[in-house]
Design a protein around this ligand. Sequence first.
Ligand code: NI
Length: 160
Amino acid sequence: MAIRNIREIGDPVLNKTCKVVKEVTDRTRELINDMFDTMYDAGGVGLAAPQVGILKRLVVIDVTGEEPILLINPVILETSGEQSGNEGCLSVPGKTGMVTRPNYVKVKAYDKELKPFELEGTELLARAIIHEVEHLDGHLYVEKVEGELMNVSDLEDEED
Ligand code: NI
C-alpha cells in the first residue's frame, strides 16, 4: 500500500491532457493500486491519475466504499437528465461548489486486461464519472461552479 501525494489546484499537471494507456504493465498496476489507496485514505469517491502527477488516462471511483471501479481510457458515450449539487475534489481541499451535471451517463472504458466494457451510472456515480473524465483533459470542477466556491466548513455551519 502506498499513498501518493495529491496535487493541488495551481499545479500545472492538473491542466494537461493525459495520454492514452496502450499497455498495462506492472508499473501501471502498481499505480492503479496506489490510486485506490490514495483515494480511500483521503476519503474521496474518485481520483484521476493526473491528481497524483501521472499524465495517463486512468480513473478510479468508489461512490459507496464497496464498489471499486477502474476506468482505463474512458470515453463518455451518452448523457441525459440533469442534477445540481455540491461537488468537491481532492485537488481542491476544503472547498465545495454547486455544479449542474447530467443525471445519467454511459461510459466506455477498458479494464486491467485492456478489455473494453460499458458502464452506466446515475446520480453520484454519474457525477463522479464525468468529474474524473474531465480531469483527464485538464479540467477541474471549479470552472463549472455556479455562484461562489465555498469552504466546506461554512457549508457545514449552514446545515447545523
Ligand atoms: Ni477531482
